[in-house]
Design a protein around this ligand. Structure first.
Ligand code: ZN
Length: 186
């Protein structure tokens, strides 16, 4: 049976055998740790500790600002640069719905294992915003491929990029609130 310990200062839980001199999360001395009885199965703990959802979320969170920046550059520059930026924009746009889907699937899996249900108020909110982001990303891919330099499509692409950025910030905000490890004390 694996023994776990918990930091009394920040709540961080770690295998006793892996604990060094300091709490890896908040940096206090290891004397601040107390024995901790794992309240979830080791199997659930193992899957959650892979942090698949937070890792996969970095892809859309990186792609979305890049797409927004590239669509602004397409609007601002003339050829040949405009064309280079447009090619990059198209590549990121095609990839976006896929990386959002991957992050969403991992998020649903994480929610099911972490909270045993995805019908919680915050998870329902995340699923709604995530689905909106997926729809917006498909629209963005379509508009990036329709861009005719002398048309309004580029403006539409910029608007979609801004909306996606909003979804991404909001999702990060809720996700951040769901991770509740914090060092105690004012
Ligand atoms: Zn700590």
């Amino acid at each position: 049976m694996v023994q776990f310990v918990r930091c009394k200062v920040c709540g961080y839980v770690i295998k006793k055998s892996k604990l060094g001199d300091l709490c890896p999360a908040c940096g206090v001395k290891k004397t601040a740790f107390e024995p901790y009885e794992l309240t979830i199965s080791e199997k659930r703990m193992k899957i959650l500790e892979l942090h698949i959802h937070p890792i996969l979320v970095h892809f859309p969170q990186g792609f979305i600002p890049a797409i927004l920046l590239l669509s602004i550059l397409v609007a601002v520059f003339n050829d040949p640069f405009q064309n280079y930026f447009l090619i990059a924009l198209k590549i990121f746009s095609i990839a976006l719905p896929f990386v959002i889907t991957a992050a969403a699937v991992a998020g649903i899996l994480d929610g099911k294992i972490r909270f045993k249900s995805i019908a919680t108020p915050m998870l329902k909110q995340k699923i709604m915003i995530g689905s909106t982001a997926l729809i917006l990303s498909v629209l963005l891919t379509v508009s990036a491929f329709l861009i005719n330099v002398s048309s309004l499509e580029i403006l539409w692409t910029i608007v979609l990029g801004i909306l996606l950025l909003g979804c991404s910030v909001f999702l990060g905000f809720i996700g951040g609130r769901l991770t509740c490890s914090v060092r105690v004390g004012k």
